[in-house]
Design a protein around this ligand. Structure first.
Ligand SMILES: Cc1cc2nc3c(=O)[nH]c(=O)nc-3n(C[C@H](O)[C@H](O)[C@H](O)COP(=O)(O)OP(=O)(O)OC[C@H]3O[C@@H](n4cnc5c(N)ncnc54)[C@H](O)[C@@H]3O)c2cc1C
Length: 395
């Protein structure tokens, strides 16, 4: 009999963070199971942008709590070798006159009310920070100097290593085939390598959270959606590490851009992607038409990128819920089961705080940040968390 105090399904950045936080809260007899390897799921495909800008206030709170962790990652983990790979270059977000302007203004004000440093810039100030872009159409520009980007894979593996040091067991290459219930309560899991018992299971399975529906009959409202990421390069206009992440609410695809490797531009759209028939994070094709279309949007904002070449590209899959926000917390109909899925393309920046609140929820403790609004029931009772920029975008 292999019995644990808690079992975590999935060793992505969320599951690794849950495991670390369980141990930090004193629960060290923990087993983490992943069918592949730590961070090899959708975490390894992340663009890694860290910001607290959101139009949904609950997300601002989780991002703010997470930011404290990223800001002193090695200190937080008590591991001087740990690194989040952070580049603190700031986050610029701009909107022209039109529908995106009121939500941008309201969101910036809400961030300031939370005590987050956010400045309003004029076009000249924005240009000084990001000289390769044009801002002549911007009606409002916000700047979050403490934001930037980091490496999601490094963060996942660092959480996992710190968890292991506290006694957590992480087993890779183990497929979870079934959640075991006894009298309607969680009793453990059956896997490709045997059965493991626990009265607490935390599922952080991302696009594969549909397993929960198969195992319990409780709907998991999550669909896999593929998104493309391009790395563009033009020798005349390098996108350096000193230049901020840029969110262009004026472009049709609501593009986000950041430095990649200190000279290329990583760019992707903030709109709805390609829905997949089944959960799968294999690489997909990126059509020439798509590249041309995104390239044209980039050139509109960054004139020197008219001549840019595509240095590399990849696809990644989002676990999208109907309101583009995650489901967090216990499922009341299955005592002992806690879930964290549906991050809809913005879960990395929330991962430290989400890991901690899910660990707290699993242990029956009060959560540091209130997660009531993220309950699964919201899809039945109408309390959706849809962001003011619409589906996709910033949330
Ligand atoms: C292209 C792209 C760009 C992104 N950009 C950003 C960004 O800029 N900023 C940001 O904050 N977020 C971003 N995200 C989102 C963020 O990366 C994700 O929300 C986060 O990495 C998800 O982590 P996870 O642990 O939930 O999922 P995953 O990393 O997918 O982990 C889930 C794990 O569960 C395992 N698993 C599932 N089912 C089973 C089973 N039955 N048995 C065993 N193992 C199982 C899988 O093998 C997998 O390893 C982006 C995502 C993508 C795809």
């Amino acid at each position: 009999m292999q019995t644990y105090d808690a079992i975590v399904l999935g060793a992505g950045v969320i599951g690794s963070s849950v495991a670390y936080h369980l141990a930090r809260l004193g629960c060290t007899n923990v087993l983490v199971l992943d069918r592949t390897q730590i961070g090899a799921g959708t975490t390894s495909q992340s663009s890694g942008i860290l910001r607290t800008h959101y139009s949904v206030i609950e997300n601002v709170r989780l991002a703010q709590a997470s930011w404290q962790v990223f800001n002193d990652f090695a200190g937080y983990l008590g591991d001087e070798e740990a690194s989040a790979g952070m580049v603190k270059c700031g986050y610029l977000i701009a909107a022209p006159d039109g529908s995106k302007l009121p939500p941008l203004r309201a969101s910036l004000q809400a961030q300031q009310a939370q005590g987050i440093e956010v400045r309003l810039l004029d076009a000249r100030e924005a240009q000084a920070l990001l000289p390769i872009a044009r801002f002549d159409d911007a009606a409002l520009i916000g700047y979050e100097p403490e934001a930037g980007f980091a490496d999601a894979y490094l963060v996942a593996t660092s959480f996992a290593r710190a968890a292991r040091r506290l006694g957590v067991k992480i087993r890779e290459g183990v497929e979870v085939e079934m959640l075991l219930l006894e009298g309607g309560k969680v009793a453990g899991v059956r896997t490709s390598q045997g059965t493991f018992f626990s009265d607490k299971v935390i599922s952080t399975q991302n696009i594969w959270a549909t397993d929960i529906e198969r195992w319990t009959g409780i709907a998991s409202p999550v669909v896999p959606e593929r998104h493309a990421v391009l790395a563009l390069e033009t020798p005349s206009a390098p996108y350096t590490f000193q230049m901020p992440v840029y969110k262009d609410l004026g472009s049709p695809g609501m593009l986000y851009c950041r430095s990649y490797g200190g000279k290329q531009m990583l760019v992707s759209e903030g709109t709805v992607g390609e829905t997949l028939a089944s959960p799968d994070n294999e690489q997909g094709d990126i059509g020439i038409d798509y590249m041309v279309e995104v390239g044209a949007q980039v050139a509109e904002r960054f004139p020197a990128y008219e001549a840019a070449g595509i240095a590399s590209s990849w696809t990644g899959v989002y676990d999208v819920t109907p309101d583009w926000n995650p489901v967090l917390g216990g499922l009341p109909d299955v005592p002992g089961l806690v879930v964290g899925y549906g991050f809809s393309g913005h879960g990395f920046k929330l991962s430290p705080a989400v890991g901690r609140v899910l660990a707290q929820a699993a242990l029956g403790l009060a959560t540091d940040v209130d997660i009531t609004a993220y309950a699964l029931e919201r899809f039945r009772n109408g309390g959706l968390l849809t962001g003011k920029y619409g589906l996709g975008a910033v949330s």
